[in-house]
Design a binder for this molecule. Structure first.
Ligand SMILES: NC(=O)c1ccc[n+]([C@@H]2O[C@H](COP(=O)([O-])OP(=O)(O)OC[C@H]3O[C@@H](n4cnc5c(N)ncnc54)[C@H](O)[C@@H]3O)[C@@H](O)[C@H]2O)c1
Length: 367
């Protein structure tokens, strides 16, 4: 089978996680890595020994690739994607969040409607083995009514030039971090959002940091309630000063017959230690009692990143879709809708008011 030639734009923490996972793909070669920061290019060199290392997008595209991974800071995604597709209509896997503001939602939708492009948004939680096992058991809950997602974890890590310390670069915590969870809500509830209410603040983290004299403005905890157009509801509980907990994410789906839980350990446990495996629990309403299943992640996938194997399985699906000429597993509309819910949550927590969503037109409606 012909090896597909892959390029990477952005060789920071996540870009290098992509390189580690790409090295595990039998039928893909990374032929070019582009980053504007020489130190980051240096760190990537050992992970892609056969690649060229360049510092501009034009040099990257000149190498000749079959597909591109974009893993640059959030606020760059929309312009880079559109600029690149204007030059070459390549399959692209672009990191989340796809955009960071309402203007770019409109801009990207309009541009993508005007062209045929294969763009896959990196909502990789969909491909995490624990959540795949969870989704395989969803039928047990009966008619789905509620989904709650708790993420209690460590603070935001340091990024190149600290772009994640400011809402204007990241989109805000509910966009940057939580778009994953709003995407899962849409996927598992099979519905689009109609209303969001949120409460959030920056209470503990980054308060004493200064960048060019400016204090970070990113929130570190909050609650978000989302009403969906099929009568179901979702709830997100986020805390980013809780690194001591055993499970980083806890996902609970409740239907009229049972509750289904998925508990996912954080990235710092040792590989497949039985004490720290993810678990799936089905608790029927009948007296039968709960049934627990542990979920192992293959070692190679677990070790190639800090996302419980999700990056590996996302890559498998991405390259398989390209080879089979299938549609992207996570579409531009999926990526934009996850951001829209995040922006609604940001707006609601700022105003203290519920924010309605016009999902058909990808718009927020105040009041
Ligand atoms: N899917 C996930 O679970 C997940 C996890 C972490 C990060 N991410 C996403 O991945 C993206 C990158 O995050 P990160 O943690 O790697 O950040 P990072 O700061 O570590 O890396 C970003 C890289 O982009 C480079 N860069 C900046 N401007 C550039 C330009 N014009 N051209 C080329 N390179 C440029 C920087 O030098 C840096 O190396 C973000 O969108 C982030 O939200 C996704």
């Amino acid at each position: 089978m012909k090896r597909l030639r892959c390029g990477l734009l952005g060789a920071g923490m996540m870009g290098r996680e992509h390189l580690k996972n790409l090295a595990l793909m039998d039928d893909v070669s990374v032929v070019v890595v582009c980053d504007s920061n020489a130190e980051m290019l240096g760190k990537a060199q050992g992970l892609a020994p056969d690649a060229q290392f360049v510092s501009s997008v034009s040099a990257l595209l000149a190498v000749g690739i079959d597909a591109l991974i974009i893993a640059t800071p959030n606020f760059m995604h929309a312009s880079q994607l559109l600029d690149i597709l204007a030059v070459q209509n390549l399959p692209v896997l672009i990191e989340k969040p796809l955009v960071t503001n309402l203007e770019d939602i409109s801009r990207l939708r309009a541009a993508m409607r005007a062209r045929e492009a294969f763009v896959w948004v990196g909502m990789e939680y969909r491909y995490m083995p624990a959540l795949t096992a969870f989704s395989n058991q969803m039928g047990a809950v009966g008619a789905v009514k509620m989904l709650s997602i708790r993420e209690h974890r460590y603070p935001f890590l340091q990024k190149v030039e600290n772009w994640n310390r400011f809402n204007r670069y990241s989109g805000g915590t509910f966009v940057e971090k939580c778009c994953h969870f709003f995407d899962l809500m849409r996927l598992y509830l099979q519905a689009d959002p109609i209303r969001v209410y949120a409460s959030a603040a920056q209470d503990v983290n980054h308060l004493s940091e200064r960048y060019n004299g400016e204090q970070p403005d990113i929130w570190d905890n909050g609650f978000v309630i989302v009403d969906f157009n099929n009568g179901t509801r979702g709830c997100l509980d986020l805390c980013m000063f809780a690194e001591g907990v055993k499970f980083e994410q806890e996902v609970s789906l409740v239907g009229d017959k049972a509750r289904l839980d998925c508990r996912i350990p954080g990235p710092f446990q040792s590989a497949n230690d039985p004490a720290t495996l993810a678990e799936i629990v089905i608790s029927p309403r009948s007296p039968a009692g709960p049934v627990t299943q542990m979920v192992e992640v293959p070692d190679h996938a677990l070790h190639a990143g800090s996302h419980q194997g999700a990056t590996f399985f996302q890559h498998q699906a991405f390259w398989q879709a390209i080879r089979a000429s299938e549609a992207p597993g996570v579409s531009v509309d999926d990526g934009l809708m996850a951001v829209l819910i995040g922006l609604a949550a940001q707006a609601s927590a700022n105003s203290g008011q519920a924010v309605s969503i016009d999902a058909e037109h990808f718009r927020l409606v105040s009041g």
